[in-house]
Design a protein around this ligand. Structure first.
Ligand code: PPE
Length: 316
């Protein structure tokens, strides 16, 4: 059960149990919403949101791609999030902003439907399990093809698009795996149901390019930069299904998942069937960035202002 005390909804702070929508909300019927997944970490400098502006700017871009004007600026959403985390008394949490077509219009033309915006925050542990984060997960290539730019907008983080991820996830879990990996119409590897994919072979790190049908993951970008800063070669290229089986190492990145090693794909052990050496180096370096332990990446942290955090402490 996920829960906290307050939700931010259209500019107001409302009690968690009162944050409800009408059953004829447009987004509920047609998936006309865009959202983000963001995490706030307790660092030595205080609570800090990882790459907050990058996420909010992507939210704004996702909205634009579906002809939706956000009624709040990125800066307004940013400060509302700071206040929300503080008022909920959370030192670390997952953050879920969503903008969706609201109540009042049915039918496929959403342009006259209102755009509502909510932000929820709650404590959310490991997405693919402690065990998976430590020892690696088992993945299955999905029989479902990843949505393509011929029918939807893979680069947008839009609610309706996630039916594709949901099918892949259900299939993998029912088959006894932890995660599903989706291919595109050419059979190239695209991404996990909610994560970007990386392989390592002969010391070279590969990941599908942003021109493929991936969500341009913020953690993907972070890990690419960290890897290059550490001196590794990172190439963005098409990855064939068998490239996964032949890889020495493989891992996934995402906000919810963070950096998770993959130890098996389609019952083929990856490398020695345990997290690889480079994967572990990157996992540690990435964790250091998330928790503000590396000066070099401090600019990625959006610290919750002390004044706001103090109000939280005063409120007890
Ligand atoms: N691909 C997809 C399809 C995706 O949903 C995510 C994030 C990523 C890649 C990685 O993107 P980024 O978080 O910017 O590095 N998935 C979010 C939703 C997960 C969920 O179950 O809900 C997340 O990780 O928050």
């Amino acid at each position: 059960m996920i829960e906290s005390e307050l939700i931010w909804h259209n500019g107001e702070f409302v009690a968690w149990e009162d944050a409800k929508v009408h059953v004829l909300t447009h987004g509920l019927h047609y998936g006309t919403g865009v959202f983000e997944g963001i995490r706030c970490y307790e660092t030595e400098r205080g609570s800090a949101i990882f790459r907050h502006l990058d996420h909010l700017e992507r939210l704004e871009r996702s909205a634009g791609l579906y002809y939706m004007d956000l009624p709040y600026t990125v800066e307004q959403l940013r400060t509302a999030t700071h206040e929300l985390i503080s008022r909920n008394g959370l030192a670390s949490c997952y953050i879920r902003p969503i903008a969706y077509r609201g109540y009042g219009h049915m039918g496929l033309n959403p342009l006259d439907a209102p755009v509502d915006v909510s932000i929820a925050v709650w404590p959310w542990g490991t997405y693919l399990g402690e065990e998976g984060t430590r020892n690696g997960i088992r993945a299955k290539v999905s029989s479902w093809e990843r949505i393509s730019s011929r029918s939807l907008i893979p680069q947008a983080k839009a609610s309706g698009q996630y039916l594709n991820s949901v099918l892949a996830k259900i299939e993998s879990v029912k088959a006894g795996y932890d995660e599903g990996i989706l291919l595109d119409e050419h059979g190239n590897v695209v991404e996990g149901s909610g994560e970007n994919v990386f392989t390592v072979r002969d010391g070279v790190i590969s990941t599908p390019p942003t021109s493929s049908a991936i969500l341009d993951g913020i953690n993907r970008r972070s890990v690419v930069q960290i890897a290059r800063d550490l001196g590794y070669a990172v190439i963005e290229r098409d990855i064939a299904r068998a490239d996964l089986y032949l890889a020495d190492e493989m891992f996934l990145t995402g906000t919810a998942a963070e950096l998770v090693p993959v130890r098996e794909v389609d019952d083929h052990a990856i490398g020695a069937g345990e997290p690889g050496e480079i994967t572990l180096v990157l996992q540690r370096a990435f964790q250091d960035a998330l928790y503000g332990r590396n000066e070099r990446y401090l600019e990625w942290l959006d610290l919750i202002p002390v004044a706001v955090a103090e109000r939280r402490e005063a409120a007890g």
